[in-house]
Design a protein around this ligand. Structure first.
Ligand SMILES: C[S@@+](CC[C@H](N)C(=O)[O-])C[C@H]1O[C@@H](n2cnc3c(N)ncnc32)[C@H](O)[C@@H]1O
Length: 268
């Protein structure tokens, strides 16, 4: 750990406690080099609680469930964007065009909502109307990003490259200048739920037609990734589509899924 003068007392032992706790709660396996990142993400909570040491904060979250939620929220990485990995949205469109029925789509680590709204936009484009038979359930462990997702307000820059953005977003005026808000017709197609993929219970219907679980498994250890994949597949109908992130390759699971290319699969 580097010896910068820090505002709060922070040791290697604190960092290891954080790693163990975060892994036990969320499955996220922080690498050894993330000690400074952990400090910078937790410092604002330590300051807010008027504490002097990260160790005091760690003792506190063991007794306070609400603060534990802030702890998890602070430590997840929520990078996402509209139509990230665009081939997946084309594959979804192709899947429906090929005659597959798609009523239920689960975006299983939806972050701030760009992914589930991109799914909904793809389906609206496909049927050329908002009154579509499909719904998207968007879930995440992080309550803060879920709230932002359900509010559906984004910087104009982040929607700039969406060609038909006027169909899906309202441009903010006055104090909302520079922002774009998801139109209510699109918002209604997406339901947000807090789901920790590590929990035994998932409040999610069975027989999903499509599951997007992208760029979250990379934070988990191999064994956990495989166990989670097997569990996720229990929520997907036979012949349904499973979509993983660009660095999450499951092509060795040919007994469970047939690869479609670009980290998309069809459940056997
Ligand atoms: C990098 S973002 C990926 C967002 C989106 N799927 C994409 O590919 O653009 C990873 C998300 O996984 C969520 N996450 C991490 N651990 C989780 C868990 N155990 N259960 C559910 N979500 C989790 C994080 O909160 C974060 O929002």
């Amino acid at each position: 750990m580097c010896s910068l003068k820090r505002e709060f007392h922070y040791t290697q032992e604190d960092f290891h406690r954080v790693r163990l706790l975060l892994k036990a709660i969320s499955g996220i396996n922080l690498v050894e080099t993330k000690d400074s990142m952990v400090y910078s993400r937790l410092a604002s909570r330590v300051r807010f609680l008027k504490m002097k040491k990260v160790s005091d904060y760690l003792a506190y979250i063991e007794r306070d469930a609400e603060e534990l939620e802030h702890f998890v929220n602070a430590l997840t990485t929520n990078l996402t964007s509209f139509f990230r990995e665009p081939h997946h949205f084309e594959q979804l469109t192709q899947f429906v065009r090929s005659g597959e029925s798609v009523n239920r789509v689960w975006s299983a680590a939806s972050s701030t909502g760009e992914e589930p709204y991109s799914i909904a936009m793809s389906l609206v484009r496909l049927w050329d109307k908002f009154d579509i038979p499909a719904r998207v359930v968007a879930s995440d462990i992080n309550s803060h990003v879920l709230k932002a997702a359900s509010e559906g307000a984004y910087h104009l820059d982040s929607v700039e490259s969406i060609e038909d953005k006027q169909r899906f977003f309202l441009k903010g005026k006055g104090r909302c200048e520079g922002m774009a808000r998801v139109k209510p017709e699109l918002r209604e197609l997406v339901e947000f739920r807090q789901i920790n993929l590590l929990n035994d219970e998932w409040p999610i219907e069975e027989e999903q037609d499509v599951i997007f679980c992208r760029n979250v498994m990379i934070y988990f250890e191999k064994e956990q990734q495989e166990a989670l994949l097997v569990r996720l597949l229990t929520r997907l109908r036979k012949g349904g589509m499973y979509i993983a992130g660009h660095s999450e390759n499951f092509s060795q699971f040919t007994n469970l899924m047939s690869p479609l290319g670009n980290t998309s699969y069809i459940k056997r």
